[in-house]
Design a protein around this ligand. Sequence first.
Ligand code: NAI
Length: 524
Amino acid sequence: MTNVLREHSCRHNRGMSSTSITFSQVGIVGTGAMGRGIAQIAAQAGSKVCLFDTNPEAAAAAQKQIEQQWQKLAEKGKIDAAKVAQWSALLKPVTTLGDLSSCDLVIEAIVERLDVKRELFAQLETIVESTAVLVTNTSSLSVTAIAANLKSAHRFAGYHFFNPVPLMKVVEVIAGLKTDAVTCERLTQYAREMGHTPVTAQDTPGFIVNHAGRGYNTEALRILNEGVTDIVTIDRILRDQVGFKLGPFELMDLTGLDVSHPVMESIYNQYYQEPRYRPSVIAAQRVAGGVFGRKTSEGFYQYDNGVQQVPEEQPVPQVDNIPPVWVSTRAARRAELYQLLKDLGARVETGQSPSAEALTLVAPLGFDVTTVAVVERLDPARTIGIDMLIDDAATKRRVLATNPATRTDYRDAAHALFARDGKKVSVIRDSGGFVTQRVVATIVNIASDICQQGVCSPKDLETAVTLGLGYPMGPLAMGNLWGPTNVLEVLFNMQTVYGDTRYRPSPWLRRRGAIGLSLMHEEE
Ligand code: NAI
């Protein structure tokens, strides 16, 4: 690290960086968790980086911490010592905002308050040159609102990174109402130079990632609120059937409800109480009680010295005589279900209606087991539902649902039968759309509406969600894989069961699902 370099202002060091880089000198205002991460990748791209923070120690502390990160990478053999020295020479803590005067890009990552951010940019506008670009890393405020009083709002945009910045390799480039195209293009180019994948979003609540992420947690909380099953079963089903790395309750515990519940409330309210984003009283009560998650050693799970305590799986009941099985003529994936039953060694009835002793299987999309039993005139005491939205071969768990009249001997017989080949089985109470159908359909519906609103392109949506939320696939790919028409049917039927406009299908999904078109299909 060269002390000589640190003694000069950012302006004096201009000649050091590469000429091909989009922004050769970058100012970071606010050097907390986000500012540090952004500074790190900006220096790695070859920009000189000035660090400013109102807390006098923060900028120097950020410099030290970033240099330690590079040292660690060098110790692991990922970079060499020369690289550490080269990058370290690009970092420079400064003591006044005026020291950022020669920066051609200033990125703000300060406290999340509209008045404070507005005041900062009003000052910065008078400090930097007229060609410099100004950006905010806000995650919940409107980019347009922050820029409202600026004289040169055309060169102001949002640059929304995720924590930890060096590892979360996606950034949302957000155009405010007055942002010009050149500013967004330059930011997009620079994101690539920093090794990140840029996605372009309109200035709407939650932008892409925080908007698309509304479905997972809110629907899981509704399922819990309805008493369909317990926390650990919901998490297991979504991990094993869909491939999410963390169940929604594990995820909320990790993030902390003190962070995720206010985001749920903020997006819901910014969209004028749109039912699709409705938060849960369960989360509100836990926040009020200080039960946040891992950070408080108590959340949806208990933590013993930081280790999550996980309840046992539901035991498979011992059943000696499994009755013959009859499958509803309207079951989803009926042929596949038949084959599965044969493979499991079940006695399968082939008559038009079930015999007097038959275990009656239904496999609805969106409807609950009760409704199907009544509509199909089946004996509810012997009727069990199975979620067949997803190909049985593609899932690690089967999910069965009872109805309020199901006899325990028939429930246990079904559980034992479907566990015969060793696959995990969860038995839940009645639910329009089981667990997976509800959550998947809600995610796909919200993603579809993001496309309908033109918040971003379908391609950018998929990229942002996969990289920003770590979903096993993009939500539109999820809809395509399990069938836009099926997902549409799930939503229509859930809306019938619950009478809740939360489940009304977005026109994007409604039209593509009706025609049987890919959800990625954009109109000419
Ligand atoms: P932080 O609290 O770790 O750091 C904020 C820093 O800004 C502190 O060092 C503070 O001293 C400094 N600061 C506050 N007011 C200032 C001012 N007027 N001028 C200069 N410095 C000032 O916060 P964090 O987590 O880094 O977040 C910063 C911004 O990034 C917020 O707008 C937040 O919404 C956004 N963001 C945060 C994410 C996260 O996961 N933490 C993700 C994406 C965006």
